[in-house]
Design a binder for this molecule. Structure first.
Ligand SMILES: *Cc1c(COP(=O)(O)O)cnc(C)c1O
Length: 384
């Protein structure tokens, strides 16, 4: 059996080596390292793929979120609601801009922001909701967009983990993750589903005015060379990363399919086991669905409900099976984001999940032998 990896970027590179090398060499030969033709071409390719009017490439996913909030004109003191169970970048940029983060609990089945908790958190100061499409599946966007409209709030989708995922609305429309809110943000961190070979990110929107604002903001607030109309930042996608992403974008659907196929195999083996809860797919794809294109499984995350999670992590490591705990500490308990307004009883799900979750190896190169070995090892320990 091949050595199991959490993320197999090397194996994936071997499959696309020639195209990648040619694409990068082109940048080296032309020396257009910043804002070169490759960046514009990738921007266009991604606009077409997502079906959005504007893609604004930038330096990373954290910047994408920050610049999205700057572009919407959010002001210090404005309250921004987001999930307690996510990577810290989401709340970090809210705090950095001196906006007021309002963390709320998530849904135990989908790991995504809990709509009832969002409703409870809305105040006259609330200006935006940031749903995070955690682990590759969209949050309940129908409900979020309805709430946003009722309360006149912006919706900023944190799509760092769900690029390529689809969302089936109640009205029957299927939309790409990241394209439904006022603005979407994604990351091309190497281990993300569409990963560069370094840092990268992008902002998406269908709003022409906002797109114009954002394009200047990523480049020092310049709309005309050396005219600085607004306070901006320096956040650019470099051409070498764009060259890599241009090769990988046409393969993204195929990569998502490979992840889903592995997720299905995991779930078939683990779904009927006591003490193990497999990830649930929703949005029109209930259960383990063979035709599902809603979940892109950035992570395949189990809940271990008999208190053996920490033991399992150790056991898997001993068996040469890498795994991850995303995330071990709720954001509301992180020193940087403590807030006396938070009450523990409002975070019962996150407080539970951090003790139960474990993510198994997930990438585009997993084979059946590896998956069987992983699932047998998990079952053997949890229910042995
Ligand atoms: C990775 C990630 C980010 C940040 O992306 P970077 O490119 O690493 O800055 C933001 N939000 C979520 C949910 C992420 O997973």
């Amino acid at each position: 059996m091949r050595k199991i990896q959490m993320v197999d970027l090397g194996g994936q590179y071997q499959e696309i080596k020639e195209q990648i090398n040619t694409s990068i060499t082109e940048i080296l030969e032309t020396s257009s390292f910043i804002n070169g033709p490759a960046v514009h071409a990738f921007q266009k390719d991604l606009e077409d793929y997502l079906g959005v009017k504007h893609v604004i490439p930038c330096a990373n996913g954290t910047d994408a979120l920050q610049i999205a909030m700057m572009g919407l004109g959010l002001q210090p003191g404005d309250e921004v609601i987001t999930a307690d169970f996510t990577f810290a970048a989401t709340v970090e940029v809210i705090a950095l801009l001196r906006l007021t983060p309002v963390l709320v609990d998530v849904d135990a089945e989908t790991f995504n922001i809990d709509i009832e908790a969002v409703k409870k958190a809305i105040t006259p100061k609330t200006k935006a909701i940031v749903p995070v499409h955690l682990f590759g599946q969209c949050a309940d966007m129908d409900a979020i967009l309805t709430l946003a409209e009722e309360h006149n709030l912006y919706v900023i989708e944190d799509n760092a983990q769900a690029i390529g995922a689809k969302y089936l609305s109640k009205n029957g429309n299927k939309s790409m993750a990241g394209s439904m809110g006022h603005v979407g943000a994604t990351s091309f961190f190497p281990s993300k589903n569409l990963g560069a070979y370094g840092d990268g990110g992008a902002i998406f929107t269908n709003d022409d005015d906002l797109a114009h604002t954002l394009r200047g903001m990523v480049n020092h607030g310049m709309y005309e060379r050396y005219h600085h109309d607004v306070v901006g930042v320096n956040s650019r996608l470099d051409s070498i990363q764009a060259a890599v992403l241009r090769v990988k974008l046409p393969k993204l659907d195929q990569y998502c399919d490979a992840r889903r196929a592995s997720a299905r195999k995991y779930s078939r083996a683990l779904a009927n086991q006591p003490n193990i809860i497999v990830p649930k797919t929703v949005n029109g794809c209930e259960g383990i669905c063979d035709t599902c294109d809603c979940h892109v499984f950035h992570q395949y995350t189990l809940r271990i409900t008999n208190g053996k999670r920490d033991g399992l992590v150790k056991h898997l490591q001993e068996k040469d099976i890498p795994c991850g705990v995303y995330y071990p500490i709720p954001l509301h308990k992180q020193k940087a984001y403590l807030d006396e307004r938070y009450k523990e009883e409002d975070f019962s799900v996150t407080n539970q999940l951090v003790k139960e979750v474990v993510s198994l190896p997930m990438h585009t190169e997993l084979d059946d032998e590896q998956i069987s070995y992983i699932t047998e090892t998990v079952i053997g320990f949890v229910n042995g």
